[in-house]
Design a protein around this ligand. Sequence first.
Ligand SMILES: NC(=O)c1ccc[n+]([C@@H]2O[C@H](COP(=O)([O-])OP(=O)(O)OC[C@H]3O[C@@H](n4cnc5c(N)ncnc54)[C@H](O)[C@@H]3O)[C@@H](O)[C@H]2O)c1
Length: 319
Amino acid sequence: MSVLVTGGAGYIGSHVVRLLQNRGEKVVVVDNLSNGVQQRIGDAALVQIDLASESATKTLVETMLEHKVTAVIHFAALKQVGESVARPEWYFQQNIGGLANLLTAMHESNVDRLVFSSSAATYGMPDVPSVSEDIVCEPINPYGQTKLIGEWMVANAATAWGLRGANLRYFNVAGAGSPELADTAVANLVPIVFAAIRSGQSPKVFGTDYPTADGTCVRDYVHVTDLAEAHLSALDYLDREHRSHTTFNVGTGQGSSVFEVLEQIRQTTGIKFEADLQPRRPGDPPSLAADVTRIRETLGWSASRNLKDIIESAWAATS
Ligand SMILES: NC(=O)c1ccc[n+]([C@@H]2O[C@H](COP(=O)([O-])OP(=O)(O)OC[C@H]3O[C@@H](n4cnc5c(N)ncnc54)[C@H](O)[C@@H]3O)[C@@H](O)[C@H]2O)c1
């Protein structure tokens, strides 16, 4: 297998690059390094382009032919919800434009296998605690919309020219497979809490009156190494199955509340801290966990790491 990984120098992509390398696969990374780190990809070839630029398709075709690429994993995208609300055109240009160029190049190069990074943000505010892939998606921000449209583009390419695609809807990704691959952004709960307690501040908790066991929001935290392994399972599935396209949730199926995450952080770090309790934020569903039946039954994948593993690996990677 020769795999082209877009966004391979990013947080999740670099974990997948590492697993592919360990398995002996050929890897070529396409990344503009806008949020990536070249050291994360080891000796993998790097093609440094903006996927959404006008010249990208031509370069991608050349790269796929040169490296005899047989499959693509597409991570490269902008991913900050707040920024997507402030700059929607930029998010559509980058995330949709980049995928359109990639699919065009794959079609031209006869590369017909794609694993696409989607997100639980496609669901919006579902009214059920355990979300299956079949519920109606109603994303509530431009970021989630770009992911849902991306899934439609994969489906349309499957119909039009025989692409075989797997859309992976990630839930809350955290942790690190090794220190140099850690998430450097302070945008998710775990890194935000780490940053607060390192500077001696109380981490903010938004909403303590939700209809959950302890009143705080519940989310499904999946270890980045488990998530990376799901991509290899998806690639193998596309290799052996000739289905057109399928969408899979990637989570543990178990939710953890914000207070549970904070308590695990206290235990792991040994730092005693209090939370700064704030009112609810608009747009936060009370409880969101993945129904993982489909990925378990179809790909034979399930998460093997728990919240403790996530927090310990994340803390060790950033200490
Ligand atoms: N991190 C999460 O919790 C999470 C959750 C759900 C979905 N996702 C999706 O997973 C994917 C990877 O996320 P991540 O957390 O590793 O993000 P990341 O920002 O660490 O990685 C994205 C990589 O893509 C590159 N990139 C971005 N735009 C590009 C472009 N136009 N051309 C070329 N390269 C470009 C960046 O330089 C970066 O290396 C994204 O598609 C994201 O939307 C992430």
